[in-house]
Design a protein around this ligand. Structure first.
Ligand SMILES: C[S@@+](CC[C@H](N)C(=O)[O-])C[C@H]1O[C@@H](n2cnc3c(N)ncnc32)[C@H](O)[C@@H]1O
Length: 285
């Protein structure tokens, strides 16, 4: 299967139709509201994430996919590793992942339904088993999850950041530095689970929309304007139209209406640490 640089996948099996409609780009599906053009200006983060995964995976690897969604990446790397387990809290997405595993005839993959921050999910995973864990815009490691990893395990992460300035104009986030905008946030969070950084890269690229209505349709899908600390608050007319028009006026160029996407790709490795200067309590679960 050819890797698309924007990480989006076409509907492949019958179950995909339903989940693609509901989750769209959040679960790495193409949708009718996708941008008309994406300019990476160089290396796309998805290519880097997959390059790293391929580099760390080998036939001895037991892999763990945190927030596997509809299972595209899980299925892609299954034949490079000895075995792979995907975990996700959305049962609809997990059913699509299971169906994809079956439809591709993959025998060394399984999925676990549940929230990675809950004990009842974590106890379904074998202690000290996984040498490669990864999360593509899914959850981070916790201390409980780390106990399921080998002492030399590596954790590869692609982190989606907010579109630059978008939530501010739509009143979904304050005009002050945010936790996830802090480049050291992820490093401190993973230190709490016994993982130290190997590398961190930031990517900025452009997505273009035809006009205000096209962008409104994209934002109506929700995830772009959501924050973990508030109720889902997707684009809604007439509440958000004025902000949309302001955005379009500021961000129109010859290619269309622009969103600036920010992604990060990290590698962490496990290391016993008695003391680390940045530890967040949530990772101590
Ligand atoms: C942005 S989607 C990405 C899905 C997939 N990794 C991909 O790249 O298409 C994030 C996924 O993580 C899952 N997720 C988020 N928090 C989770 C948690 N605490 N436990 C399990 N799954 C979680 C969501 O249900 C969702 O499927």
């Amino acid at each position: 299967m050819t890797l698309r640089d924007d990480g989006r996948n076409a509907v492949e099996i019958p179950l995909d139709g339903k989940v693609a409609k509901r989750f769209g780009a959040y679960a790495s599906f193409t949708t009718p509201d996708d941008p008309i053009r994406v300019d990476f200006f160089g290396d796309p983060p998805n290519r880097e994430f997959n390059r790293l995964l391929d580099g760390y995976a080998d036939k001895q690897t037991q892999a763990l996919d945190l927030g596997c969604g509809a299972g595209f990446t899980l299925c892609r790397i299954a034949d490079r590793v000895q075995s792979i387990v995907g975990v996700d809290l959305q049962s609809d997405l997990l059913q699509a992942a299971e169906a994809r595993i079956r439809s591709r005839g993959i025998k060394n993959a399984r999925v676990v339904h549940g929230d990675t921050t809950h004990d009842e999910t974590v106890t379904k995973l074998e202690d000290g088993r996984f040498s490669l864990a990864f999360s593509q815009r899914g959850p981070f490691l916790t201390r409980a999850l780390a106990s399921k990893l080998t002492p030399d395990a590596v954790f590869v992460v692609e982190l989606a950041q907010d579109y630059l300035g978008l939530k501010q104009i739509f009143g979904r986030t304050p005009f002050v530095p945010q936790s996830t905008g802090d480049p050291d946030w992820a490093v401190g969070a993973q230190a709490g689970a016994g993982f130290v950084p190997v590398s961190a890269k930031s990517y900025w690229y452009h997505e273009y929309f035809r006009n205000a209505d096209h962008l409104a349709a994209y934002l109506r899908r929700g995830a772009c304007l959501e924050n973990w600390w508030m109720e889902p608050c997707p684009y809604e007319e007439p509440r958000d139209r004025a902000a949309l028009e302001l955005w379009c006026r500021y961000n129109q160029d010859e290619s269309g209406i622009r969103l600036v996407v920010h992604r990060k790709v990290y590698v962490f490795r496990r290391q016993a640490i008695d003391y680390y200067p940045a530890t967040l309590s949530w990772a101590d679960q």
